[in-house]
Design a protein around this ligand. Sequence first.
Ligand code: 5RP
Length: 224
Amino acid sequence: MNQDAAKASAAEAALDLVRDGMKLGLGTGTTIEFVLQGLGRRRPRVACIATSARTEARARELGLDMLDPDEVVQLDLAIDGADEVQRGTLHLIKGLGGALLREKIVAAAAERFVVVADDSKIVDHLGSHAPVPVEVFPLCRRATAAALAKLGADPVLRGGAAPFVTDNGNLIYDCRFRSIADAKSVAGALEEIPGVLAHGVFLGMAQQAIIASADGKVRVLHRA
Ligand code: 5RP
């Protein structure tokens, strides 16, 4: 069983949580693609909001009922992928797909936020493999990057000379903190930088992580 099959298994398990009548938040990424395909196949009577233009387009292609995000205050369930999932706390790093700002808003609006991933994403400390994506306001981006560097973040502009632009018209610095001992203080320090619009550290937001491994086993981790 390869990594894609593991992602598909995690997605199938998450789809079992979906009930008719739900308002559903849809994440972004390759694991969520399996969730979208499953919704297209199973056809529950749900209304969805998307965390990115890519997910929105794909969901519409599959015939899912999409809501205007501005009209939604609360969601019953949000399902999303992650770049790292910390064992025990279920703190996350998200945003390698560039959709972190909307993903955080959607996760916060959900009564239940469930992460789907293959087991390569499980870490003991955030920052073990993934950088922390930080979405910044394009104006004065160098000043924001200098403030990030002061935190020891080693910020790298995503896309370099041809910068990646988010769905919201902003830029992303991928920040390598290496292993993060205290995720709360890193998140707090990032939030104090005025040019930072969102960062990919999701603290205490996920209630459950559905993790599938290459041998086909699916585990449900609950926040400790
Ligand atoms: C996008 C994200 C994705 O959830 C994260 O990058 C995981 O993606 P994938 O399922 O492709 O590994 O945060 O902004």
